[in-house]
Ligand binder design. Structure first.
Ligand SMILES: [Zn+2]
Length: 321
């Protein structure tokens, strides 16, 4: 075992399956940050000929909410966190944007929080510049789904003006149509209405959004992978370069201590629990079978590593920053 790596050993519990239709709730009240930020806010690695830079945006020490996992008790959730070496005082939810550079093309995988989700996140642009990138030269931005922590970095604070007016923003057609449906506002709970209004007031006015159908290739060797459930059109991204292959799993398994250890757990942040569980299981089995590298948006920084199976358990190994 490589001691420079952190390993989550996970056990697959078989639990009853319940329906769940909760949604992400944004709580901006944050106490003083306990989780240390990485000393260096970016780390580079290679996937074939592509260079990927993991760029730190911050962390959310997220308070528990009732029914956090529909089919597990809070005690079981806390035990899973402790087993993964995390505090059980709150959920530790870091944000890491992966930046892919192929030749001169710079591609963002999601856009960070834009400092509009929690006060302890919003460091992406500073970290991005520290890593030597110029925001004006971003060519494409792939959006996994429309939760605030993935899209608010596209919008200037207060004005919602586009931060990347010249970049092509690529988003699943299913996701785009769901969030921009005028009838949606009457269907979502009150805490979701501001997000729906924000998206509907901005995205249709932007000329640089491209809707992507199915698993189409969106850049050289880079394609969307259908992983619905977390949201209706959630997508992972698959990159093939040279002999290397890599999966940006995004929020398919957003908290590995919970979702990798218990793929069948239906978290309150998954909009459609059973569909999310199905997508997660399918993707995890593909990662193991094809021995793909992977990166997760909320994995411990720098958020990339590999997934293997040990008996019935999944083992996620994350490289150390
Ligand atoms: Zn997320």
């Amino acid at each position: 075992m490589n001691l420079n790596r952190r390993t989550f050993v996970a056990s697959t519990a078989l639990a009853a399956v319940f329906g769940l239709n909760s949604r992400l709730i944004i709580n901006v009240a944050a106490a003083a940050q306990v989780t240390a930020d990485p000393a260096k806010p970016f780390t580079r690695y290679k996937i074939g000929d592509a260079e990927v830079t993991a760029i730190y945006d911050g962390v959310w020490e997220r308070p528990y909410k009732p029914n956090l996992v529909a089919n597990a008790s809070v005690d079981d959730v806390k035990a899973a966190l402790t087993r993964a070496g995390l505090t059980d005082a709150f959920l530790t939810l870091p944000f890491t944007v992966s930046v892919i550079k192929q030749g001169d093309e710079v591609i963002l995988c999601d856009a960070g929080t834009g400092g509009q989700v929690v006060p302890t996140a919003g460091k992406f642009l500073d970290s991005f510049k520290a890593a030597g990138f110029d925001p004006a030269k971003v060519g494409k931005i792939l959006i996994s789904h429309c939760h605030p922590d993935h899209i608010f970095g596209l919008m200037e604070k207060d004005t919602n003006a586009p931060v990347y007016a010249n970049a092509e923003i690529l988003i699943s057609d299913v996701e785009y149509k769901w969030w921009t449906d005028p009838s949606l506002i009457d269907k979502v709970p009150d805490d979701r209405k501001p997000l729906v209004k924000c998206i509907q007031a901005t995205f249709p006015t932007w000329k640089n959004i491209t809707q992507v159908s199915g698993e189409k290739e969106v850049a050289k060797g880079l394609r969307f992978v259908e992983t619905p459930g977390h949201t209706p059109g959630h997508r992972a991204f698959h990159l093939a370069s040279g002999n290397a292959q890599h999966m940006f799993s995004n929020d398919t398994m957003y908290m590995p201590a919970l979702n990798v250890a218990h793929p069948d757990w239906m978290g309150a942040y998954d909009q459609d629990g059973p569909t999310a569980v199905n997508s997660r299981q399918k993707l995890m089995d593909r990662l193991v079978a094809e021995k793909l590298g992977l990166s997760g948006y909320h994995f411990p920084f720098p958020g990339y590593g590999s997934l293997a199976k040990d008996g019935a358990d999944y083992v996620l190994t994350i490289d150390k920053a």
